[in-house]
Design a protein around this ligand. Structure first.
Ligand code: ZN
Length: 137
């Protein structure tokens, strides 16, 4: 039977957002203390008997999150409030789609992949009881 190892790193960060074309509470500007969980998998371990060193994924993704998402407003590109936030020098991260937990999970999956990590799944916790998952089939 083939072996498969998985390690998971969680990274906490704060973000603001609001959803467009949506009629619930989340149409209003608000914030979350979110948690991203990165699952990395490998059929083999490296010379250190690791899938990936926890500190490597932590350093890379925490750095990217700190520079792009942490304490920033995540906004859909056509949000009419985007120019106002930018004009007032508020940090914004512009997304093609609504900045839902699903969209953030996919974004973080893609960024971890671009950094060369063998990411299998990202779970984005928007609240302690709600999370979205993105993985490639
Ligand atoms: Zn929200």
């Amino acid at each position: 039977m083939a072996e498969n190892f998985k390690v998971t790193k969680a990274i906490d960060f704060c973000y603001g957002h609001r959803l467009r074309d949506y009629d619930g509470k989340c149409k209003n500007v608000h914030g979350h203390n979110g948690r991203a969980e990165f699952d990395l998998t490998s059929a083999k371990l490296d010379k250190r008997s690791m899938v990936v060193d926890f500190s490597d994924i932590a350093d890379a993704m925490r750095n990217w999150i700190n520079n792009n998402l942490d304490h920033a407003m995540l906004m859909r590109k056509d949000d009419p409030m985007l120019p106002i936030f930018k004009k007032n020098k508020q940090p914004c991260y512009v997304m093609d789609n609504n900045p839902t937990a699903e969209s953030i999970a996919k974004l973080l999956f893609d960024k971890a992949s671009e950094h060369g990590f063998p990411v299998a799944e990202v779970r984005m916790w928007e609240t302690p009881t709600s999370f979205a998952t993105y993985r490639k089939q």
